[in-house]
Design a protein around this ligand. Structure first.
Ligand code: 6LW
Length: 495
């Protein structure tokens, strides 16, 4: 058994992970905010190699994200559990519908339509069942409410419970577990930024009173030079051999000071041991110890998506809503077709389809046919922070939107017809000056012989969460601002 695995185990914008195990299979869900479809669902046999099965909320009857939904609005942190032979997913849609509960017999879907939880107020809902069959819903704050998970009705008053360490802000991401003779309440506290941490308390009853762990926080990287920061929002899971593990979110800031993370909050894995009835979280070192069971072999992800399937791969996301009219692989078989809605990436209802940037350096290429339209290839953080190479008839433009500023950085004439667009992201080298940004983004086109003609190289700090704000990370994808855009293939390659 080689020594360990590489963190993050699910790179790119996959925050707020929640995990459960059924036999030898693990399933994990993450928050997804304004993305449609929402709540990606992953499967693994070793907690290290994860395959996306689908997205739990993939139809408008489950996920309503009106155009007024701001970036980082929509779906906050979920909890995924398995109980009574089915999967349960509870999540908050801060765009209006509040806390919603979904069920499925197959985590790959289909998932049910939502059961609203109108009496549950707060984010980061958790589900736990006690020996009497009572279902406790616990939310940030920290407050517990007994609910009927079939109807969504509350079955008693909300009760405030242990809410973290004195003086620490934002007690959130609560998870309640029955482990041995105790009920454990795990929370995040300190806020999801550099002060983030994980703390825990225990009781002989699910509703307390809880005794805090004397060694809280059981995990934090606050104030350290650890390359993984903002560690928090954890969920515990036991392996088939009795070993314990914690999935959690973290970020990988790059550049000088204060450091900028561009991939969003990613999912990490840490080993856990138990001492005196308290969990001790091992290091997230670049190679923490591997799980004791065989690591499943994993094929490298395909570079090329050729859009030959009837539907997009579940790792492709759009913004707030995707309809067959605006985004389809059936209008021109073997091509992705985007029919414009909004007039630019500055608008919430632009026709967009993309995937999460999952590597600090990567190269993305796509053969696009602008047909009757105007659109292109974008590196996007949100509507106010994006860089794109856009084709409009016989002109290619490199555009930048940074906060209130939008500019055409440069342009070039191109021959009419299909053209390969390219975005290259290059992470900053270590040993940089304190003001170096995290990376650069180079945009351009390829000539028919594959020669790259860069149009602009831009500082990536302006497409970071520290600059843009919010909870999300970069997407790289295709958009149509006017008319129709087609794409024959899309290559994403770590570099
Ligand atoms: C989430 C909260 C948090 O609901 O940030 O990391 C919020 N912590 O638990 C959005 O991800």
């Amino acid at each position: 058994m080689d020594g360990g695995f590489t963190n993050p185990v699910i790179p790119g914008f996959h925050p707020d992970p929640s995990v459960c195990r059924v036999g030898g299979d693990y399933y994990l869900a993450c928050s997804s905010f304004e993305l449609f479809p929402g709540i990606p669902i992953f499967h693994s046999r070793d907690l290290v190699h994860w395959e996306q099965l689908g997205n739990a909320l993939d139809r408008p009857s489950q996920l309503r994200l009106p155009p007024t939904t701001p970036a980082s609005g929509g779906l906050y942190a979920p909890t995924l559990r398995h109980h009574d032979g089915r999967f349960w997913l509870v999540v908050t849609n801060v765009a209006g519908d509040g806390n919603l509960l979904f069920t499925a017999t197959d985590p790959a879907g289909p998932w049910s339509d939502p059961v609203p939880l109108p009496g549950v107020h707060g984010i980061d809902p958790d589900l736990a069942w006690d020996e009497d069959g009572t279902c406790w819903c616990t939310v940030a704050g920290v407050t517990q409410i007994p609910i009927d998970p079939h109807t969504g009705n509350t079955q008693g008053p909300p009760r405030r419970t242990w809410s973290g360490s004195p003086g620490m802000k934002a007690p959130e991401a609560p998870h309640l577990y029955r482990i041995g003779g105790y009920w454990y309440l795990l929370i995040a506290e300190g806020g999801t930024e550099r002060g983030h941490g994980v703390s825990i308390a225990r009781s002989t009853a699910p509703t307390g009173p809880f005794e805090p762990c004397p060694d809280n926080p059981i995990l934090t990287h606050r104030g350290t030079d650890h390359p993984i920061q903002n560690t928090g929002h954890g969920d515990l899971v036991q392996g088939p051999d009795g070993s314990w593990w914690l999935v959690l979110l973290g970020v990988r800031p790059r550049g000088g000071t204060p450091g900028w993370h561009v991939l969003g909050r990613e999912t990490f894995l840490a080993p856990v041991t138990w001492v005196d009835g308290w969990p001790v979280v091992g290091d997230l070192a670049p190679r923490p110890p591997a799980p004791p069971w065989p690591l499943q072999p994993t094929a490298p992800a395909p570079v090329r998506d050729d859009f030959d399937a009837d539907a997009l791969h579940p790792n492709w996301v759009s913004l707030r809503l995707r309809t067959a009219e605006t985004c389809t692989t059936r209008q021109r078989p073997g091509w992705l077709t985007l029919n414009a809605r909004g007039g630019s990436l500055d608008e919430p209802d632009v026709s967009f389809a993309g995937r999460r940037q999952q590597h600090l350096s990567c190269r993305v290429r796509s053969l696009v046919d602008p047909a009757t339209g105007r659109g292109g290839l974008a590196v996007r953080l949100d509507e106010d922070h994006h860089y794109e190479i856009e084709v409009d008839g016989s002109v290619a433009r490199a555009l930048a939107r940074i906060g209130p500023l939008r500019t055409v950085v440069s342009s070039q004439d191109i021959p009419p017809g299909p053209v390969v667009l390219r975005a290259e992201v290059d992470v900053a080298e270590a040993g940089h000056c304190p003001r170096t940004g995290p990376d650069t983004v180079t945009l351009g086109t390829e000539s028919p012989d594959g020669t790259f003609a860069p149009l602009a190289t831009l500082d990536g700090r302006y497409l970071s969460t520290e600059v843009a704000g919010g909870f999300t990370g970069r997407l790289i994808g295709l958009y149509a601002a006017e008319g129709t855009m087609h794409a024959d293939w899309f290559d994403y390659e770590p570099s």
